[in-house]
Design a protein around this ligand. Structure first.
Ligand code: DP6
Length: 338
């Protein structure tokens, strides 16, 4: 719980640049989209500031994400609600939210908040919501204290809550520059100029149960115990530039193949950890094999996966009918429209 405070002390992170006279809290509400990484963030060089070992690139999921409202309240503890249910103050989620608000609370340490988050991500899609949740909370806290932070500063703040949240500040394709500075002030996300009308992301549901090892613990274990992890930073750097090229040239086969290989490489490092981390379930593997078969038959269909058993399909609008016929009930998002 005190991890982020430690981070502040360690680098004098906040006092250096947050406005000195944040006004007392007002109510505020914001939405932020979920995002799917095509080149994954996996491994930290600094666990307190969430500074990544590698740069990453994602696409935001348009209307799917989190709406978060913050209201100043009397009392000593924050009241944290998620999808209509109040979270126990000692729950992992509530503690993480309160520790994050502490970063903003430096000038008004006594001010408690009610934080209400609604995720419209279909639970069945099994998508992580910490990225959109912390991004929406960052924007809401910025308004609540009238900080008027720039997009870059908002991205730095969101990163402190959850690394992947720094990318959820923006729509479309987003790149998180890893940065080199120790205080992390150059480690933030930027939206790419390019768009890709017709690009589709399909969400396959394999299992929505909460995973036993979350991304935070999983990436740490991988970095500490998997020899294979040594090759990951180089692979990620190469994939990142190939993805930039694929986006610039609108080369879908390149985009899909790089994203799929990047995800499988990340999973290879997880499996090589000790104790081993295998997020796949039999249905995940069955879906992969189905995709490879369909691709061999000529369908331009690729997938990516995060630290869980669910697949995210990548295809173009022209193949949508064929893909939906193979995966009934698929939730499809077109981040750039048709
Ligand atoms: C596999 O951003 O959830 O989804 O920084 O510890 O909060 P923390 O981790 P988190 O990790 C996301 C990992 C990933 C890949 C990605 O989104 O880039």
């Amino acid at each position: 719980e005190t991890q982020l405070r430690v981070a502040m002390n360690k680098t004098d992170f906040m006092t250096g640049w947050l406005p000195k006279s944040a006004t007392p809290g007002a109510s505020a509400e914001h939405f932020a989209p979920s995002n799917i990484a095509l080149c994954k963030y996996w491994g930290k060089r600094d666990t307190e500031l969430n500074l990544p070992v590698n740069g990453s690139l994602s696409v935001s999921l348009d209307h799917l994400g989190s709406r978060t409202r913050v209201e100043p309240i009397d009392g000593e503890t924050d009241s944290v609600w998620l999808n209509g249910t109040q979270q126990r103050p000692d729950s992992r989620f509530a503690k993480r939210v309160s520790a994050f608000i502490d970063l903003f609370r430096i000038y008004h340490p006594e001010q408690a908040f009610r934080v209400t988050t609604e995720n419209n991500i279909p639970t069945a899609a099994g998508l992580a919501s910490s990225a959109s949740g912390f991004a929406a909370l960052t924007k809401a806290m910025n308004d609540a204290f009238k900080l008027e932070l720039s997009d870059t500063e908002l991205s730095v703040m969101a990163r402190m809550g959850s690394g992947s949240a720094c990318r959820s500040l923006f729509d479309g394709f987003v790149e998180w520059q890893m940065g080199v500075r120790e205080d992390g002030m150059d480690s933030y996300a930027l939206p790419l100029e390019q768009c890709w009308p017709g690009l589709c992301v399909g969400l396959i549901h394999v299992d929505e149960n909460e995973k036993s090892v979350d991304s935070r613990a999983g990436m740490q274990r991988t970095k500490e115990t998997a020899h294979l992890y040594q090759s990951w930073p180089m692979q990620a750097a190469a994939d990142l530039s190939k993805l930039q090229q694929a986006i610039a040239e609108r080369d879908f086969a390149l985009l899909g193949s790089v994203a799929e290989q990047n995800a499988l490489s990340m999973h290879a490092t997880m499996i090589a950890s000790w104790p081993p981390l295998l997020y796949w379930q039999p249905d995940s593997v069955a879906a992969m094999q189905k995709i490879w078969k369909l691709r061999a038959e000529g369908l331009a269909l690729y997938f990516t996966m995060d630290a869980g058993p669910n697949l995210k399909l990548l295809f173009e609008d022209a193949s949508r009918g064929a893909v939906e016929a193979q995966f009934p009930g698929l939730e499809v998002v077109q981040p750039f429209g048709i």
